[in-house]
Design a protein around this ligand. Structure first.
Ligand SMILES: Nc1ncnc2c1ncn2[C@@H]1O[C@H](COP(=O)(O)OP(=O)(O)OP(=O)(O)O)[C@@H](O)[C@H]1O
Length: 389
């Protein structure tokens, strides 16, 4: 565990970058430092690997004051990733990644094997090994930066706005990749960003800092969204706080109605049999069971093949209640389409059913329920999705 104990950093010109910061960063999880520009995020991060020394206070790593530890050994136990990756431009990708193993005295072959292994781990094609950084896209360079930081398998990873320089789509891919790698490797990651959405997406814990390096709130993302400590945090979280919080509620248990679903080659009688009282539409699927669109059952039985688009389906148990609600809102009929892992229709869910599930989830969380992890959600299968009938 990394522990900050009343840590203050005053720069020689008098700037108070960090002010009596006390913080416990849990092991094997992602802690995000977030806050407006100049609030002391980078200063805080760099004090962990002693690139910056505190003016007062102590930082403990597994109970030992980092001030008492040899700086080289300390840094080797911490991978460091920065914006724009900071790669060595005159070295190939494989040599960039092998930098730390080589410094540690590993032989050339072992270092290269390790580098190739890491390229695969961060989703880079091995054919890129011999290229130079300028021959890679920004997103690919960032992946190399992550691979290089992981090369010597350090328990701690410090990441300073690592994905800020790439476009939103690439950025989302990099965030997903980081979460996947973290699920496999379980590092203690301290991640700096000024983007609250990024913080909420990847953080297990989020430290919101205010200008002057003072801690405004330290909480898991769903708690932050549910109960911001003050007006500053609330303002920083921005709009749609309630909707965004739904990302932390699982859609497992949401009642799915499998009745109003018909295959495209169904006869008029079959369509009529599937028409459900209170639901003016049936969901039409292809022969594999994948969604094609909504149809009016009376008109379809009479031979009209018009289909109304269905928006974006959700996967009960794997997706959140936010995805389920989004699916219902995007669907012109107001009904969400539930699909299984293979994308086959399981049934439909009304906005009212989803609203009930949201109310239940809120009530459970208020009674001390906790965030369901993505892992736990992934283990929920279709059987637990409350399929009726
Ligand atoms: N070497 C320095 N000398 C004097 N002041 C500094 C120095 N480095 C940073 N500062 C100041 O300390 C404060 C915190 O800076 P820091 O870089 O830690 O903030 P940050 O939250 O990471 O900002 P950003 O999001 O803009 O990168 C700022 O006011 C900054 O101007």
């Amino acid at each position: 565990m990394i522990r900050f104990d009343a840590v203050t950093k005053r720069y020689p010109d008098g700037t108070e970058a960090v002010d009596r910061l006390s913080l416990e960063i849990p092991d094997r999880s992602i802690t995000v430092l977030v806050g407006p520009s100049g609030c002391g995020k980078t200063t805080t991060l760099r004090m962990i690997n002693r690139m910056i020394e505190p003016s007062s206070g102590t930082i403990l790593l597994d109970g030992r004051d980092i001030q008492q530890q040899p700086v080289n050994a300390l840094r080797r136990s911490m991978g460091y990733v920065i914006q724009n990756a900071g790669l060595f431009q005159h070295r190939t990708i494989v040599d960039n990644i092998a930098t730390v193993p080589r410094l540690l005295g590993w032989d050339r072959q072992r270092s290269r094997t390790r580098a190739m292994e890491l390229m695969e781990r961060v989703g880079l094609d091995p054919s890129m090994a011999k290229r130079y950084p300028y021959q890679l896209s920004g997103g690919q360079q960032q992946r190399v930066g992550v691979a290089r930081a992981l090369a010597a398998d350090p328990p701690v990873l410090l990441m300073d706005e690592p994905f800020s320089a790439v476009d939103p789509v690439v950025r989302k891919g990099l965030q997903e990749e980081l979460l996947r790698i973290q699920a496999e490797l379980g590092k203690t990651i301290v991640f700096v960003t000024h983007d609250i959405d990024e913080a909420i997406r990847i953080g297990d814990m989020i430290a919101v800092l205010r200008t002057g390096g003072r801690l405004a709130q330290f909480a898991p993302p769903d708690q932050l969204l549910a109960a911001p400590a003050d007006a500053f945090v609330e303002d920083f979280l921005g709009a749609d706080r309630g909707i965004r919080r739904l990302s932390f509620f699982t859609s497992a248990g949401l009642e799915i109605n499998p009745e109003p679903v018909v295959a495209a080659d169904s006869t008029a009688d079959q369509v009529t049999a599937r028409a459900t009282p209170g639901i003016p539409y049936v969901m039409v699927t292809d022969t594999e069971g994948r969604p094609l669109g909504w149809a009016d059952p009376v008109e379809r039985a009479a031979g009209d093949e018009t289909l109304v688009p269905y928006g974006r389906p959700f996967a009960p148990g794997r997706d959140s209640l936010r995805a389920a609600l989004d699916s219902a809102v995007l669907s012109p009929t107001g009904w969400a389409v539930a699909v299984d892992k293979e994308g086959r229709v399981m049934g439909v869910a009304s906005q009212e059913t989803i609203a009930d599930a949201i109310r239940r989830a809120h009530a459970e969380h208020e009674q001390g329920g906790h965030k369901q992890s993505a892992d736990a959600a992934a283990h929920e299968d279709e059987q637990s999705a409350g399929v009726t009938g």
